[in-house]
Design a protein. Sequence first.
Length: 119
Amino acid sequence: MDEIAKRGLKPSVVERELSLSNGYLATMKKRNGSLTEEVLLKFSKYLNFSLSYLIKGVEDAASNEIDKAPKRKGENSQIIEALNGQIDTLKNSLNDKQRIIDLLSEKQSSKEKKPVFRG
């Protein structure tokens, strides 16, 4: 819970994103309960910590490389959303450039078809 608070995260959001019941974290803290292996794994991935850190409170050099976890779901969603926006912008830019090329090609063809009068 301390790490969640340090990061400015709301327990209810963390519970929802980890598919935990509402109030689960507060109940575990209040009752000094222990977390299951499944919940520890979820936290490890969500907070981007090794299991060793979550269990012992210190990072083992060996486990640090082994237990590297992906970024939290929310961060991944934001990254994906930003990348999709950039993809859309690039697609629009490519379409605009293709329209310009088509217009220039049409203009060039119409010039070539017109007879040249020399007097």
